[in-house]
Write a protein that binds this ligand. Structure first.
Ligand code: BGC
Length: 336
């Protein structure tokens, strides 16, 4: 299951394959990244359904965040600034005036340590670890995180995130896989049907950070409470060039179904379950057509709300010494 690909990074670089009768998943410890997920369509034809590079070396940059774990804080923090226990904290600013996805050298660019393999009767998996040092990208505290990927016999990929710190620090980890359930046979995901179990989303300002409002989706282009073609309202957001919004999940932190994505031509379906309070819907709005076109895939990023450290009304993302950060997301693959 584990194979060493290269040792040129000072640490071993691995490509790990998790496999059951139906599904093959490739994961590398560079960025703790899912590089491919092969699943059958309704006729049994296997295709890779996530955006990825052909060559592992391209993941050293990975500016579009294909498949990786994003951290220490996924999405944006306004001005890269917040106050923690009365002290100002300044993070690196790598996205206009904001801090985005952990900064210039976020977790997605780090070589993670492979600390365990899981081989059980009903599931296989791998555990990876990364120590983010005090001061990295401006974050306070040494933060040790682990991500455990397991694939079970029923077609579920489970991703468990845990972490500990020695100083209070914000933590918000997600996986940034982009899905195209047609296996990229169709260039765009506009024909996919999407349902999101959220009646609200977080409003945002022109810099793409929350303004503190929580708004009903009912009757708006962001309403996916019933299955809707992604393409139907994708043109309603000219500034974003598509969907780039954080949904406030109805489940409010309990593990529950957050979203269902369905591709009617191939019959592939993905159901996402999470105990995170939010989910970013991002339709690859800035892809330029080199590898994939704009709207060539869709990311369903289960997460805490963007910019939470600056919004006391949002669920807290501050991890304290002695506490355990624990989040869980499940991707259930199937066909209809
Ligand atoms: C964000 C987008 C950002 C993209 C980068 C998404 O998670 O919501 O605003 O452009 O990541 O690939």
């Amino acid at each position: 299951m584990l194979s060493v690909l290269s040792t040129s990074y000072g640490k071993d670089l691995y490509l790990i394959t998790l496999k059951n009768d139906q599904i093959i998943i490739n994961i590398t410890n560079l960025g703790c990244t899912v590089t491919a997920i092969y699943t059958p369509d309704s006729s049994g034809v296997m295709k890779n359904i996530v955006a990825g590079f052909r060559n592992l070396s391209f993941y050293e940059q990975n500016d579009a965040y294909f498949g990786c774990v994003v951290g220490r804080y996924a999405n944006r923090i306004a001005g890269g600034k917040f106050t923690l226990a009365g002290q100002p904290v300044q993070l690196s600013v790598n996205d206009g005036t904001n801090h985005l996805h952990g900064g210039f050298e976020g977790f997605h660019k780090k070589i993670w340590s492979v600390v365990a393999e899981i081989r059980e009767e009903n599931r296989v998996g791998v555990v990876m670890e990364y120590l983010s040092k005090d001061g990295e990208e401006g974050y306070p505290g040494n933060l040790l995180v682990q991500v455990r990927y397991t694939l079970d016999n029923t077609g579920k990929l489970s991703v468990r995130y845990t972490g500990h710190t020695d100083k209070p620090t914000p933590v918000n980890l997600t996986n940034h896989s982009y899905f195209n359930l047609s296996g990229f046979e169709q260039e765009l995901i506009t024909g996919h049907l999407l349902q999101i179990n959220a009646s609200h989303y977080t409003g945002k300002n022109d810099h793409n950070v929350p303004d503190g409002s929580v708004i009903e989706v009912e009757g708006t282009a962001l309403d996916f409470q019933q299955p809707k073609r992604i393409g139907d309202d994708i043109d309603q957001f000219p500034n974003d060039k598509g969907f780039d919004h954080n949904y406030v999940l109805n489940s409010a932190g309990e593990i529950a179904e957050a979203a269902v994505l369905y591709e009617p031509v191939t019959g592939r379906e993905l159901r996402v379950f999470t105990d995170q309070p939010g989910m970013q819907l991002y339709t690859a709005n800035w892809w330029l057509g080199g590898l994939y076109p704009k709207h060539g895939a869709v990311a369903l990023e289960t997460q805490a709300f963007p910019d939470s450290p600056n919004h006391p009304s949002f669920p807290s993302t501050i991890l304290h010494p002695g506490e355990v950060y624990e989040k869980h997301t499940i991707y259930a693959f199937g066909v209809r």
